[in-house]
Design a protein around this ligand. Structure first.
Ligand SMILES: C[S@@+](CC[C@H](N)C(=O)[O-])C[C@H]1O[C@@H](n2cnc3c(N)ncnc32)[C@H](O)[C@@H]1O
Length: 373
């Protein structure tokens, strides 16, 4: 199916319905990243000199207001999540970013909409450095991302990350060639009823309540290659070499450090590297990625760089203007009066220097296209 990149300006309740009914995209979206307002009871503003201050203060233009009671908030989100589920492909998934005040209620809502059995992860995102909080209690440096899939068969490209192996005390042994290594058990928890990994290998059963990590022929192969270390008491363990771990990296776990950008152009703008991880892990090239609360378009940028197609929706004219400045090759679909949007003359602003990295500027400052009027 053919579809173009799109920015939809308007309430996403309407926007999501538009995608379902006008564009017939039910079951077509591989990945949704949703970063809604968090029910903070705050108004987020932006000053003209957007490099300098982005705040929740009373001054500045309102970027968006986040004023819901908990009940209103959960109703607001629930209605939209239902539509998002309809849009998801059977092998699609959704990441919902939320803070800790609402997070546990939203987890229950997500369980209702997607099914508790489709819950995959509750990712801790470290968002800032430790601060000297005044209140009685521990400082809050994290929020959470709830990751669900539509069905058990979902796109998954396990991301890996670099590890500083040089100072890692686990790799204290060296083999005859001087390669540093550590060892791990050859068995894992859980007994197999009749499987090959529950049988004797070299005359040994796995310890009670455990099974061999590999079938016997694979254990033989590893041993022949010298990849198993035998202790003086005859206990076999698998060798893991530091240089291989360094080359491969390690599989990403569920605690992520992606601090909010220092030079954000929009309140609550998220970290582009974090979105690249999400898009890379849960979609493939050419897939359609949707962000129904797209703000300054961080998800859309990540999707574009990784050769996915994308749709972003936002009700804030400031957010949509920022997307128009920094993205290219899309159709703008205004579902509400577009006179709140600036003239496409944000070209002028595009010429300005800002404090984002030169890479970001190069990648995301192409000419505006496809803008009506
Ligand atoms: C937390 S911010 C998203 C920030 C974004 N992830 C980024 O990196 O810039 C939430 C966004 O949701 C938008 N929003 C709130 N209610 C909305 C609605 N009903 N329809 C569409 N957008 C909405 C706000 O305008 C705001 O831009």
């Amino acid at each position: 199916m053919e579809y173009d990149n799109r920015i939809i300006y308007g309430d996403n309740l309407e926007g999501l319905r538009y995608l379902l009914t006008e564009l017939n995209l039910a079951g077509s979206v591989r990945l949704i990243y949703a970063d809604p307002p968090y029910g903070t009871n705050q108004t987020f503003t932006i000053t003209e000199d957007r490099q300098a201050t982005i705040s929740r203060a009373r001054n500045g233009r309102i970027a968006y207001a986040d004023k819901y009671s908990r009940k209103e908030y959960l109703e607001f989100l629930g209605r939209r999540l239902e539509l998002m589920r309809e849009l998801l492909a059977d092998d699609g998934s959704i990441y919902l970013h939320i803070d800790l005040k609402m997070g546990h209620y939203v987890k229950c809502l997500m369980d209702d909409v997607f099914g508790g059995d489709r819950f995959i992860n509750d990712i801790t995102r470290v968002k800032c450095n430790p601060k000297n909080f005044q209140r009685k209690g521990y400082g809050n440096t994290k929020d959470i991302i709830l990751f669900y899939s539509k069905t058990p068969e979902y796109v998954w490209n396990h991301p890996r990350e670099a590890i500083d192996i040089e100072k890692d005390p686990r790799f204290k042994n060296a083999d005859k060639d001087g390669r540093r290594y550590t060892t791990t058990p050859l068995h894992a928890p859980g007994e197999t009823a009749n499987g090959r990994t529950g049988r004797k290998w070299r005359g040994m059963l796995p310890p009670p309540g455990r099974h061999w990590r590999y079938p016997p022929d694979e254990l033989d192969r590893l041993d022949d290659l010298g990849l198993i270390e035998w202790s003086s008491t005859g206990n076999p363990r698998k060798k893991i070499f530091a240089d291989e771990v360094k080359r491969r990296g390690v599989k990403v776990q569920d605690v992520w450090v992606f601090k909010d950008p220092q030079n954000a152009i929009y309140p609550t703008e998220k970290n582009l590297s974090m979105l690249r991880r999400i898009v890379g892990a849960s979609s493939n090239e050419g897939d359609l990625v949707l962000d129904p609360f797209c703000g300054a378009g961080t998800t859309l940028k990540a999707a574009g760089v990784l050769d996915r197609r994308w749709i972003g929706i936002d009700a804030s004219p400031i957010a949509v203007d920022l997307c128009r400045e920094t993205l290219h090759d899309y159709d703008l679909i205004p579902l509400c009066a577009d006179n709140a949007l600036s003239e496409a003359g944000s070209n002028e602003r595009m010429g300005q220097e800002d404090s984002r990295t030169s890479t970001t500027k190069r990648l995301f400052r192409p000419p505006l296209r496809n803008i009506p009027g």
